[in-house]
Design a protein around this ligand. Structure first.
Ligand code: AMP
Ligand code: MG
Length: 349
């Protein structure tokens, strides 16, 4: 399949690309496009055949539902009812990185919702994404624009790396500023439950309703007793090719342990990359040391997380040793993704 790649540098000047991509969506094709969370791979959410193409292009398991992206807060065509709390969340956080789960109307085909009676809906804030949804005239179903299991793309080059030849169109032009996927909140239960942490933090949600809690199964390895409620959270995800290990604890201790582990690996002729913070950059004397950002800015770390995992793959290292972060604010999303990327191989020191 021939993939057209177009970079939108200026929305009004390059509007023809977005129009063209919108037409691709309307005609049942697939388009990768930027959003503020990560790049998405979109198709007409109401067109069963189009949505199937997303699953094929990504190699995505069919029981993993898609999020539907809209360009307006009026979602009455798509869902049975909008409870008061969902409306409040939309008013406060849309457009933005919050996906709201509601009971779906039959207009949404089962392939989009992976046979669930509910659907996740989000209005992104990315200007390009909003324009694409508007011009396509359709709600756009879009999971992250990566091959299933790989770290999500936050730069257009990574979409091209994964999806060139597998989709009809790739639009670039923005880096994803949040860098981790949207927060998912289930509003079919009372009080609403956070099914996936993201850029909208639990603390921010609690300001709307203090009873909002987070799915307890999220931060530990899934087991028979404790399974995450969001279907997608059970899969190994976001994984680099190298073996990733997270070392979490007091800063000085983690540095000491990482240095020891690195010596061990290097002695056995393995190559190692270290993911750390600006503040710790010069505390490791060997290995490829990459900073995720300042320890004082977890949003910067979230933004750089997936791209840094992919950079480690570019380097072709055998092991990645990554410092852990506090599980607070957006740190919860960072640690959730790191845990999954590492197959829960986390060492507390
Ligand atoms: P992705 O867009 O690749 O981040 O994947 C979307 C994720 O949203 C899925 O993996 C699910 O975990 C979650 N999700 C989507 N729809 C629903 C739903 N109706 N109920 C629960 N979780 C959902
Ligand atoms: Mg994904």
């Amino acid at each position: 399949m021939e993939t057209k790649v177009a970079i939108v540098k200026d929305i009004s000047r390059d509007i023809e690309y977005i129009e063209e991509a919108g037409k691709v969506i309307r005609e049942g094709g697939t388009v990768a496009f930027p959003t503020e969370t990560v790049y998405g791979l979109g198709a007409d959410a109401l067109n069963e055949d189009a949505v199937k193409k997303i699953f094929i292009a990504k190699g995505r398991p069919q029981d993993n539902p898609l999020i539907v992206h809209v360009a307006s807060k009026d979602i009455s065509d798509l869902v049975k009812e909008v409870p008061k709390i969902a409306q409040e969340l939309m008013n406060k956080f849309w457009p933005g990185p919050l996906t709201i789960i509601l009971e779906k109307k039959d207009i949404i085909p089962n392939v989009t919702s992976a046979n669930l009676s509910t659907i996740g809906i989000r209005m992104p804030s990315s200007k390009i994404a909003l324009k694409l949804i508007e011009l396509s005239g359709r709600p756009i179903a879009a999971p992250s624009a990566n091959i299933s299991g790989r770290p999500s793309p936050t730069e257009v080059e990574r979409c091209v790396e994964d999806l060139n030849g597998r989709v009809d169109y790739i639009i670039g032009g923005e880096s994803s500023n949040i860098g981790v996927e949207s927060t998912i909140i289930d509003c079919t239960v009372n009080p609403p439950l956070v099914l996936r942490p993201g850029g909208i933090t639990l603390e921010m949600l609690k300001e709307i309703n203090s009873e909002i809690e987070i799915d307890k199964a999220l931060m530990s390895k899934p087991s028979d007793d404790l399974k995450p409620k969001a279907p997608g959270m059970k899969y190994r995800h976001y994984a680099p090719k190298a073996s990733l290990k997270i070392i979490s604890g007091k800063n000085e201790k983690t540095i000491e342990i990482i240095n020891q582990m690195m010596e061990n690996y290097i002695e056995k002729n393995n190559t190692v990359a270290i993911l750390t913070t600006d503040e710790n950059l010069n505390k490791f004397n060997k290995g490829e040391v990459i900073s995720l950002g300042s320890e004082n800015n977890l949003y910067e770390i979230a933004k750089n997380l997936f791209e840094s995992l992919r950079k480690c793959d570019d380097l072709g290292v055998d092991y990645i040793l990554c410092q852990g972060f506090e599980e607070y604010g957006v740190g919860l999303a960072i640690m959730n993704r790191l845990n999954k990327a590492a197959g829960y191989d986390i060492i507390y020191v």
